[in-house]
Design a protein around this ligand. Structure first.
Ligand SMILES: Nc1ncnc2c1ncn2[C@@H]1O[C@H](COP(=O)(O)OP(=O)(O)OP(=O)(O)O)[C@@H](O)[C@H]1O
Length: 341
C-alpha cells in the first residue's frame, strides 16, 4: 500500500492516510517549509492508531537503511508502549484511550531523510490517578505492576488491585484480550529499547507503587482541634511503605499530608489540617508526583531518540484528545482533560 501511494498525486487514488502523509512530505520537499498533520476525532475514532500509521509511512519514505543500527523512526515507534502504559487508560469508549495530547516532530535533513525527532505531550489527565468510576480504569501501569512477576510484586509490596483505593473505586480490573502481566514485560522491554536503565526502571515502578500505597492512607481526627493523623495501623503501614518506596522520611511524609506551612513576610506558620483537607492533600501529592513522572519519561525518551539541531524542516503530527460528551460533567481543574468540558 505504501508503495502505491508513494509519489501518487493527491486525489488520484482512494482516500488514505498514506496519501496525506505523502502529500505533506512532497510539499515539504518542494516548497522547503515544515508541515503539520492534525489528527482529530471522537474518542475511540482511531487517532492514535492513525498517528502510528502516518509515522510508519514517513519512516518508510524518509528512513535510513536498516544497516545503520536502530534508527530515529524505529525509536519513536518503540517509545509508544511506554507512553501508552503511563498515559493511556480504559474509558467507556476506548479500552486504550490516550489521556494526554501528543505532538510528534519528525525532523528531516536537506535530502529529505529523517535526522531527528521529538515528542511533546500536553495536559495529562491527572485527576484519573485518584478518581476513577465504573466502567473505567486508572492508568494501565498500575494494573501491570500488580500483575508483575511475584518477585516484583513482593519488592513493591503490592498484590491484588482490589486492595488499593485508587483502583477499587471502579469494578473494572481486567480487560478483554489484555494480559497485564504480559504488558508489564513488554513495557519493561520497550524501556530497555528507549534507553531507560534497569535502575531507572526500578525507580519508576517504585514511584508507581508508592502512589498506590499513598492512596490507602486514611486520616482520623488528631488530638488538637482541626488536626489529623493516619487513621489506624493499616494507614501507618501504607505511610511507611510509601515513604520507603519514595526513599523519604516517613514522619516528613506524614507532616506534608497533615500540616500546611504558610510562609509570611516575617515568619513561617505551620497549620494543622483536618482529615478532609489531609485527604485532599494526599490526592494532590499523588497527582503531582504522577504527572512529574510522566514528564520525566517523555524527557528521557526525547534525549534517547535525539534531536537534530541542524535539521532543515519537520513534519509534525498532532494527536489531540478525543472529544467526549458526558451526561454529567465533573468540575474541571486546569489539569483535567480539556476535551471533557
Ligand atoms: N486502523 C485501525 N485498524 C484496526 N483497529 C483500529 C484502527 N484504528 C483504531 N482501531 C481500534 O480502535 C481502538 C481505538 O483507537 P485509538 O486508540 O487510535 O482511538 P483514539 O481516537 O486515539 O481515541 P482516544 O481519543 O480515546 O485516545 C484501537 O485500540 C483499535 O482497537
Amino acid at each position: 500500500m505504501m508503495e502505491q501511494y508513494k509519489g501518487a498525486a493527491f486525489g488520484e487514488l482512494s482516500p488514505h492516510l498514506f496519501a496525506v502523509a505523502d502529500a505533506s512530505y512532497r510539499q515539504m520537499m518542494n516548497e522547503g517549509i515544515s508541515q503539520s498533520i492534525l489528527v482529530s476525532g471522537e474518542s475511540g475514532a482511531g487517532k492514535t492508531e492513525s498517528t502510528k500509521m502516518l509515522m510508519r509511512y514517513l519512516a518508510y519514505i524518509g528512513g535510513r537503511a536498516a544497516a545503520e543500527g536502530r534508527t530515529v523512526e524505529q525509536q519513536v515507534l518503540e517509545s509508544n508502549p511506554v507512553l501508552e502504559a503511563f498515559g493511556n487508560a480504559k474509558t467507556v469508549r476506548n479500552n486504550n484511550s490516550s489521556r494526554f495530547g501528543k505532538f510528534v516532530e519528525i525532523q528531516f535533513d536537506r535530502a529529505g531523510r529523517i535526522s531527528g525527532a521529538a515528542i511533546r505531550t500536553y495536559l495529562l489527565e491527572r485527576s484519573r490517578v485518584c478518581q476513577v468510576s465504573n466502567p473505567e480504569r486508572n492508568y494501565h501501569c498500575f494494573y501491570m505492576l500488580c500483575a508483575a512477576p511475584p518477585e516484583d510484586v513482593e519488592r513493591y509490596k503490592l498484590g491484588n488491585p482490589r486492595m488499593f483505593h485508587y483502583l477499587n473505586q471502579s469494578n473494572c480490573y481486567e480487560l478483554d484480550g489484555v494480559d497485564d502481566s504480559k504488558d508489564y514485560i513488554t513495557t519493561r522491554r520497550a524501556m530497555d529499547v528507549v534507553g531507560i536503565s534497569p535502575e531507572e526502571q526500578d525507580a519508576i515502578f517504585r514511584v508507581v507503587a508508592a502512589i498506590l500505597h499513598l492512596g490507602n492512607i486514611e486520616f482520623s481526627k488528631g488530638k488538637e482541634v482541626d488536626s489529623s493523623q493516619p487513621k489506624d495501623e493499616k494507614s501507618f503501614f501504607h505511610l511507611r511503605t510509601a515513604a520507603e518506596l519514595f526513599m523519604c522520611d516517613a514522619k516528613a511524609l506524614e507532616d506534608s499530608l497533615c500540616k500546611r506551612v504558610i510562609v509570611t513576610r516575617d515568619e513561617m506558620i505551620t497549620k494543622s489540617l483536618d482529615p478532609d483537607s489531609a485527604t485532599l492533600c494526599r490526592d494532590a501529592l499523588a497527582k503531582i508526583v504522577y504527572s512529574r513522572l510522566f514528564d520525566w519519561l517523555v524527557n528521557k525518551i526525547n534525549s534517547s531518540i535525539g534531536q537534530d539541531p541542524e535539521s532543515k524542516f519537520l513534519i509534525g503530527v498532532l494527536d489531540i484528545y478525543g472529544f467526549e460528551s458526558f451526561k454529567t460533567n465533573r468540575c474541571l481543574t486546569a489539569s483535567s482533560n480539556s476535551a471533557s468540558i
